[in-house]
Design a protein. Structure first.
Length: 84
């Protein structure tokens, strides 16, 4: 029993860096997409970009504009009221 606890602890410790890297890679991609949209003349207040898991990517009024974390997350573009 003691061996399996140590094994579980080692597996969890090994997985932590991989889990911590997901938000960073997604944030970098989201930032790049945001800059491209703004360079095309869209005001920063006129849209939002949300990083969501693949199973939550089908949202009304949102368009998938990118993906990250080995295609496990999608980046959704949504226009805000100030864009109309």
């Amino acid at each position: 029993m003691r061996t399996s606890r140590w094994l579980l602890a080692l597996l969890l410790a090994g997985a932590m860096p991989a889990l911590a890297a997901i938000p960073d890679s997604c944030e970098r991609v989201r930032s790049d997409i945001q800059q491209k949209i703004m360079q095309n003349g869209v005001a920063e207040s006129a849209f939002t970009l949300d990083v969501v898991p693949n199973d939550q990517a089908d949202q009304p009024g949102a368009q998938v504009v990118g993906h990250c974390a080995n295609d496990t997350f999608k980046i959704l573009y949504t226009r805000t009221d100030s864009a109309q």
